[in-house]
Design a protein around this ligand. Structure first.
Ligand SMILES: [Cu+2]
Length: 154
């Protein structure tokens, strides 16, 4: 096979890995009611997993001082005083991992008061990995073919 064809094939396959819509049936959207307890300096639970399209309702409950929760990428901010739970809902319409963090300065370890919202399955990661693999294999094959050509010519 000529190198140019291999290169074209590699690019095509990499694009396919990134862009082709998978026929994977997505789970029907459900509502997740998450009771998020906040106390210096952690959230419980610290990891929340949902599927894309799900409605997420977070009830933030503070057990000591005023805490907040801000979900990166979703622009959701909830602030709860002790004894006064606060609530917000949003639709998890983007896949990926998103940090949620305390949005009210609550003490020395406040910057470390973080958790993770996983909206899965994490397709972009697998697509990127597949594309990378294709590019690596394609490059190796192309270089191999070139070397054979050089040998033949000499
Ligand atoms: Cu806090």
């Amino acid at each position: 096979m000529r190198p140019a064809i291999l290169v074209a094939l590699t690019i095509l396959l990499a694009l396919a890995a990134l862009l082709i819509p998978l026929p994977l049936a997505e789970a029907a959207p459900v509502e997740h009611r998450i009771e998020l307890d906040a106390r210096m300096f952690a959230f419980t639970p610290s990891r929340v997993e949902v599927n894309r399209g799900d409605t997420v309702t977070i009830t933030l409950r503070s057990e000591d001082v005023v805490h907040g929760v801000y979900v990166d990428g979703y622009d959701v901010n909830i602030i709860a005083e002790p004894g006064k739970p606060a609530q917000a809902s949003f639709i998890a319409d983007r896949r990926g991992k998103f940090r949620f963090r305390c949005s009210v300065t609550c003490g020395s370890l406040h910057p470390f008061m973080i958790g993770e919202l996983v909206v899965g399955p994490n397709l972009p990661f697998w697509r990127a990995s597949a594309a990378l693999l294709v590019v690596v294999v394609g490059t190796m094959l192309t270089l191999g073919v070139r070397r054979e050509d050089v040998k033949r010519e000499t």
